[in-house]
Design a protein around this ligand. Structure first.
Ligand SMILES: [Mg+2]
Length: 392
């Protein structure tokens, strides 16, 4: 038997619509509906003001127009949402390397091992909500529980801008009074069937005879019985199982020669290093990608003796690779990525080796850079020591 987990579920409120209200303050307090065109599109997101009129996501835009004729209808701006999402996910990553994004605006976090550094699940959820609000201006709701699906339900019940915690050992009691439609995996059809069997509340399913549920619903019946009793074996799967962390940039004009490439590579090194640190990762393999004006692509790869999450180290590694790139041809894009991650995430540092003085200085400097970047934007700072270091 494993000890109880502390799982957070975090979900930005009315994400796309909130971003529009954030970027255009004159829209605050108005019913904002983000979605496709009125003829064939559907609603992607509706602000809480619009929800009062019955507008919901996935509803045809035409129907939303009928329900809320004075609504502000806007097309989605996915680039902007993705950039903010990345910022929010990196805030999550400061508290645990175990972040599992479900979509742009929603993630599970396993913070079981983070409590020594950051306190209880409630402390962490509170700190995250505060940071997201302060650094992005967005409201994120949080649910806390020992199992994933209960944390998600808690978030939904606490919305908007809420924080709800299921007490330890209390998942079953928390679920019991809720309608069966709240259970994960219960759609309209299963819900109707459960109601026909006289099972209206999750507590009814929890108390129902397991064999009878299996006879009626097959293996799904046993699963529903488990969930209703607060049993959910699913663990948080960190997206760092993703293979690499990278950044790239297409230049407005093609660039020629090493000198013209260096500022971009430096900025990319910083971006990648910051992302690595946000996720508590260090990697051994640094890959430089170069796309020429004719769209042919080359990659050059360096293996570091020590895994790194430091911009200076990444930058030197890619600069070393430039000698293996044909620099007489115009270049339209460069990119840097890091892979080959350390098996042990570095963020919590609980089992880390003692640091050398240089490592300690670098870590302190990086922590300062991260906090400045979080406040003033990604490219606000680049240490002159690295920027000036061209000849080695
Ligand atoms: Mg959301």
């Amino acid at each position: 038997m494993t000890s109880p987990q502390t799982i957070l579920h975090l979900d930005l409120d009315a994400f796309y619509a909130s971003v529009e209200q954030l970027d255009r303050p004159e829209l605050r307090g108005l019913p904002v509906i983000v979605g496709g065109d009125a003829r064939r599109g559907v609603v992607c997101a509706a602000s809480y003001e619009a929800r009062k009129f019955g507008v919901r996501s996935a509803m045809p835009t035409a129907q939303a127009h009928r329900l809320c004729p004075r609504g502000v209808f806007l097309p989605p701006r996915f680039d902007r949402y993705a950039a903010l999402s990345e910022q929010v996910m990196s805030i999550f990553g400061r508290f645990t390397p175990l972040v599992e994004p479900l979509s742009l605006d929603e993630a599970f976090l396993d913070v079981t091992a983070s409590s020594a550094l950051f306190g209880t699940g409630r402390d962490i959820a509170t700190a995250i909500r505060k940071s997201v609000r302060a650094e992005t201006g967005l409201a994120v709701s949080a649910g806390i529980a020992e199992v994933k699906f209960a944390a998600k339900i808690a978030t939904d019940l606490g919305k908007p801008d809420g924080l709800m915690e299921v007490p330890r050992g209390g998942v079953r009691e928390f679920l019991a009074p809720l309608p069966v439609g709240r259970l994960w995996g219960v759609g309209k059809v299963t819900e109707a069937a459960l109601l026909r069997s006289g099972l209206a509340l999750i507590g009814d399913v929890a108390r129902a005879d397991r064999e009878r549920l299996e006879r009626t619903f097959g293996s799904h019946g046993a699963h529903l019985h488990d969930l209703a009793n607060g049993r959910d074996e699913r663990v948080v799967i960190a997206h760092d199982e993703a293979k690499s962390v990278g950044a790239e940039e297409t230049f407005e004009d093609d660039l020629l020669g090493a000198e013209s490439l260096e500022p971009g590579l430096l900025a990319q090194s910083h971006r990648v290093a910051r992302r690595l640190r946000a996720h508590g990762l260090r990697g051994h393999v640094v890959t430089l990608k170069v796309k020429y004006a004719d769209f042919t692509l080359v990659t050059r790869r360096a293996t570091l003796s020590e895994p790194a999450d430091d911009a200076g180290i990444l930058y030197r590694a890619v600069i070393d690779q430039l000698v293996r790139v044909d620099l007489t041809r115009p270049i339209r894009l460069t990119g840097i990525s890091v892979s080959g991650f350390d098996a042990q995430p570095s963020q919590l540092g609980l089992f880390a080796e003692p640091e050398s003085d240089t490592q300690k200085k670098r870590r302190t400097l990086n922590a300062v850079l991260d906090s400045i970047a979080a406040r003033y934007g990604e490219d606000a700072v680049q240490p002159a020591a690295i920027a000036g270091r061209r000849k080695r």
